[in-house]
Design a protein around this ligand. Sequence first.
Ligand code: NAP
Ligand code: GLV
Ligand code: GLV
Length: 330
Amino acid sequence: MMKPKVLLTRGLFADATALFESDFDLEIGNRERMLTRTELLEKAGGKDAIITMLADTVDKAFLNAVPEIKIIANYAVGYNNIDVAACLERNIPVLHTPDVLTDATADAAFALLINVARRIVEAHAYVVEGKFTAWKPDLLLGQGLSGKTVGIIGMGRIGQAFARRCIGFGLNIMYYSRSRLPKEKEAAFGATYAPLEDLLKAADFVSLHVPLTDQTHHMINKKRLDLLKSTAVLINTARGPVIDEAALIEKLKNEEIWGAGLDVYENEPDVPLALRQLKNVVLLPHIGSATEEARFMMAKLLYDGLMAFFSGKVPENLVPEWKRRVESQK
Ligand code: NAP
Ligand code: GLV
Ligand code: GLV
């Protein structure tokens, strides 16, 4: 059998890239950087499958330009970079990487929360800059976590993993999500469901875990930011455009909230200078899932899904829209 022709748009890292090499006729777009749109279209031509990164856009124009493509495998759980409706129309399955990065991403969100609340990054800089000359009772006072209320927006895989971490730190949990959890699950988390506006008013800390969709774009707009407590901490490891970033920068500049911990931005990789100049933020370069374990397992999941597809089976890691199509055809 001829090996399927696969484009991996950028090199992963040694072990993860090697996974694909034996069973596929693999082309690596670029080992060092993202492909430009022109390069992407050119290299995807004639391929059976393409493994995309979260900044590669798969839209109608892309699909029209590469009619041979049989399947798309996105190296991320979020798939807002892919026009899934257009893929469904053309009968092109879309794979993603759920579950294997859940704990890593929840850890990153929790790291941001504790770092912003306890001013860890500021404190580190204080020591590095040689400013630690005496112990002081009121040096770099932060906020305690235990006994406070955390508001989780989007109670899916990562939202729930984040909730488990919150339980360990003695936080009370409120959540808002499209669907309510079953009663037993709510009880297990000790979590209270609340409408979005109520959550924003009541929570001491808010963490976002929704996918980016038409419904969640600017879900956290100026009006909703204004509902937050003046001591609130806002964490975003979901997608940048879920927050109106310009409005958030204003809130932070005016010190109308305590701070923010961000892993994602509206126009990645651009991070506005105004945000980078603030003291009350902790900023990460979209590394939510960046553990050796998770990033390897993401590759393995895509490899398994592609192998299943090319041997005529249904991959386990189809995106939900595609899963529903397969279910409805049974
Ligand atoms: P998930 O299991 O699908 O969870 C998403 C949750 O959001 C679900 O509970 C979903 O509700 C809810 N939701 C969807 N639309 C909503 C809306 N309009 N209003 C309120 N709630 C809504 O996905 P996940 O695996 O936890 O991942 C969540 C997101 O995290 C990904 O989409 C991705 O963008 C982001 N992420 C970022 C990183 C990073 O590196 N920073 C890493 C991994 C993931 P239902 O239960 O009704 O579907
Ligand atoms: C990363 O952001 C992902 O969606 O996996
Ligand atoms: C602080 O270091 C303390 O001992 O309280």
